[in-house]
Design a protein around this ligand. Sequence first.
Ligand SMILES: [Zn+2]
Length: 180
Amino acid sequence: MSEEKSLPGTYLRERDLQSLPGIVEHRPDVKYLYSAGQAQSMFLRGLKDGRILGVRCMRCGRVYVPPRSYCEYCFAPTGDWVELSGEGEVHTAVVSYISTFRERLEKPEIVAVVKLYAPGYTNKDDEYEFAGMFHKLCGVGEDDVINGRVIGMRVKPRWRPPEERIGSVTDIECFEPVQS
Ligand SMILES: [Zn+2]
């Protein structure tokens, strides 16, 4: 891919990063083994089965996806597992010409925060508290983002075929519009 080709947006290049003051480069030669923990493991196994699982706070009823062991708002331990339909609405979205691996993209990705519909919980009081997922959107174009048409759009997960799932958020290929 040519570095000089003009694409919209602002690119991150290696030299841009190097020129920032105060940057300390640290490249440890190690491999990580990450233990997901009990709640996270259950969540990841759920994804492999094509299910989105969350936990509910026993005190305020908030639903956490991914699950947390305690509620951030009332510091009470979370309790029951709940299965979400996976459907939700787009809370915010951006057009990105940089991949999650910091590569420049010819064709941009649309990434969004999806506000998932959590069973039994409606947070009318505070718009910013919801079970949400940060993921790619497909089936919509850049114009839909720029014109604000995606905001509030009803979406659902597009799952990868079962044999391709590995127990990761990438088991969901993207979120796509629900056809009404
Ligand atoms: Zn709570």
